[in-house]
Design a protein around this ligand. Structure first.
Ligand code: ZN
Ligand code: ZN
Length: 266
């Protein structure tokens, strides 16, 4: 069962390593059927001077990124290389995001919630805040934002759909209701959900999403994509064996490919 890796970063975001061709070479070595770069979109919701070069590409970097993917496609005709982007969902800035997305012919857009009320909750630099907030309430807010992102119409897929568990802060409340609501929002909006193995590399020690959310998505027939969230070439295709097991366990027999957004058996 071959799985594509659609979540690959590049050094242009300021916190990933290696040349883009090295990611492609790794994918070839693993015999992946297809890959897609999806680096962090420029921080479009901030002024020039507030954009952190260690978090996301600059706007100049974005143009170079697109050009380099196009070049790599020519150099490596033996593997389809898609042009994706990982775009932050920031409520109230939908129009600004749309303007950026409309500038290029992206094959797909991954929608990510990395901020809650301006707090970069997945950034290790801002961990302190977890000690002073109600974790149950935080999860509720997080999933509401993910649902809102799905309904925005800006994204094809919602990536790492339970990123809020990254640092291992777990709620007391049962999450199944939130999972069902989120899966229903995905189905109604016609978006896919990403199975992302980066969760195994952080304190959560669990793939994004949790089993319960994946099962809910299966119930609502939400299509899924696969991604390693690689920030260095060696992470391409990371832990895809675990993804295969998970897909089998939940009963998914196909994953989404971005060659014109069709599904393929796996
Ligand atoms: Zn990153
Ligand atoms: Zn992300």
């Amino acid at each position: 069962m071959l799985l594509p890796d659609y979540h690959i970063h590049t050094a242009r975001c300021g916190h990933a390593k290696g040349a883009m061709w090295e990611y492609v070479e790794k994918a070839l070595a693993l015999r992946l059927p297809e890959i897609g770069f999806a680096d962090h979109i420029p921080m479009y919701w901030l002024n020039d001077q507030d954009r952190d070069p260690g978090i996301a590409m600059s706007f100049e970097g974005l143009a170079e990124y697109v050009a380099e993917v196009e070049k790599l496609r020519v150099v490596y005709p033996s593997i389809p290389i898609r042009l994706g982007i990982e775009a932050d969902y920031m409520p109230d800035f939908e129009m600004e995001l749309k303007k950026v997305l409309d500038q290029y012919s992206f094959d797909y857009v991954l929608g990510s919630v990395h901020y809650i009320d301006g707090w970069g909750f997945d950034n290790p630099a801002y961990l302190e805040k977890y000690k002073h907030i109600n974790i149950d309430e935080l999860y509720y807010q997080y999933f509401s934002l993910v649902q809102q992102a799905a309904r925005s119409g800006l994204f094809h897929v919602l990536s790492h759909p339970d990123l809020i568990k990254k640092f291992g802060y777990r709620p007391k409340a049962d999450l199944q209701e939130a999972y069902d609501k989120t899966a229903r929002a995905f189905a109604e909006a016609g978006v896919g959900m990403e199975i992302n193995t980066a969760g195994l590399r952080v304190p959560a020690k669990e793939i994004y999403p949790a089993l319960g959310l994946l099962q809910a998505c299966k119930n609502y027939a939400v299509p899924v994509t696969t991604g390693s969230d690689a920030h260095e070439p060696g992470q391409v295709g990371f832990a895809f064996d675990s993804v295969r097991c998970l897909l089998e366990e939940v009963g998914y027999t196909e994953v989404l490919y971005f060659n014109n957004l069709v599904s393929k058996g796996c």
